[in-house]
Design a protein around this ligand. Sequence first.
Ligand SMILES: Cc1cc2nc3c(=O)[nH]c(=O)nc-3n(C[C@H](O)[C@H](O)[C@H](O)COP(=O)(O)OP(=O)(O)OC[C@H]3O[C@@H](n4cnc5c(N)ncnc54)[C@H](O)[C@@H]3O)c2cc1C
Length: 511
Amino acid sequence: MTATATALGDGVLDELRGILGGDEYVLPDLPARVNRTRVPAPFPVHRWGEFLPDVAVLPRTTEQVSEVVKLANRHGIPIVPRAGGTGLADGAVPLRGGIVVDVKLMNRILDIDLVDRTVTVQTGINMLTLNRELKAHGVIYPDDPASYPCSIVGGRIGTSGWSLIGGRYGHTRDLVISMELVLPTGEVIEVGDGGGRKVRKSSTGFQLKHLFMGHQGTLGIATEATLELVPRPEVEFAAFFAFSDYGTAWEATGALAKSGLATLAGVVLFDEWKLAYLRRDDEAYIPQPPTVRAVIASAMYGARDEVEPASRRLMRIAKETGGKYLGDEISQGDWASRHDRYATPLHGRLKDGQVVPMCWHCEDASIPYSQLPAVREKWHAIAKRYIDRYGIFDDWGMFAYTNAAYKPWGDYLTEIDIGIWEQELDEESWRGWVQCKREIAEVALEHGGSITACHGATRAGDVELVPQEMGGGFEVMKKIKAALDPNNVMNPGKYLLDQAYEGENGREAVR
Ligand SMILES: Cc1cc2nc3c(=O)[nH]c(=O)nc-3n(C[C@H](O)[C@H](O)[C@H](O)COP(=O)(O)OP(=O)(O)OC[C@H]3O[C@@H](n4cnc5c(N)ncnc54)[C@H](O)[C@@H]3O)c2cc1C
């Protein structure tokens, strides 16, 4: 492959240059394309070349995005939106090549409205940058994933993201009030909860906003978004508690989550596998002795007058349910580093203790509180079987994090983290890994859960189970996809949505 090889002809590239307004916004060179294929989740590296886009484009306006999408339809070229590229479900990976629309130059703040409490942005902006600008106004946009420094508003919409402080402030779907969207055919529409961009609740028509959250770029490209502003919290209170067994910690997690304290932003339960991994291999973590077999982290946000009395109640509940407070340094220090955990190079251990570079895979699911202990046992047992068989995986433990917005007591974002010696993946071990993921997802469904809580189910291993989880809803998904994207150009091959097409608009016609 040459440095500029692309399956698109010069005519298409020239058309793109005309739309985007210059060579610097149309990138057919190999490094630009390779950089927009890579994702943080483990990847069959030996097959990387199959997933390169033919060209990356950098639009700056909604009109440019719309024209690029219309061009894609005219020529039958796949088109894939990409934001921060931190998605863990391969959503932004161009399965069939084509045009990657990198939204990062669409990063302007368009309107800060301190009266109706909204901020309107182009979707290429990152939350860290946005909140730096908002600081002077005493407000924040409280979407706070662990990927806060590197994920971007457009990708948060594309995945319907989950926020670490969602118990208090809500998740991406609760925080995006409305958006401007380029549909798969190139028309530009506005969707929200009602007519106006700043209306939070309406009963007019279908509630379309939710349709355009979490579709992984299969239903269009969000170009602008109007977002919630909340008062900058006066206090961030974090408290970590140690437990000598998982069962007691699980009970305590439930008691804290059900406390009904409005300032509670989140409660997370780490199990003993996670603690063993942190103790062993995470230099950022302040290790606990082996007698500590589970840890709960909790956080509260809000005004001082609310948080101080609520935190006293929280401390009392944790103590009464068997928790030992780990002190201010660990609690505040570890909470403050919640965005840094995966920023350091990762390594893991093989069965014989050998340390090797590993990449991180997290299998996330929504699991009802009552089912957490049973799911935990089954997930670790599955991981062990695949570790024993293939020798390139490592169990980095599990956590369960309060999941719902405002009523954080029912189900939990539950994650098992697996280290993978990625360079050693070959066809056989990749197939094994996909099967391992599928078994983990099957357990989630058996226990009344959802395959994924925030990342999306667009990867092999998960995606095959989407029709099972969605039931009749999957037929509706296909009808919507075919109606909105008649030429199957918008992120084709994702979510099994090729099944919505027959004949010339189906898979073969796309590439
Ligand atoms: C270290 C780390 C920690 C993480 N922690 C969290 C966490 O706490 N919570 C959480 O929810 N996720 C987390 N993630 C996953 C990831 O950060 C989220 O899924 C995030 O929302 C992806 O945003 P992005 O900007 O990187 O999007 P990308 O990965 O670029 O795209 C994600 C999907 O959205 C689509 N898309 C991109 N832009 C648009 C657009 N403008 N319009 C429509 N669709 C679009 C893409 O096609 C793709 O399908 C984490 C990831 C990492 C690496």
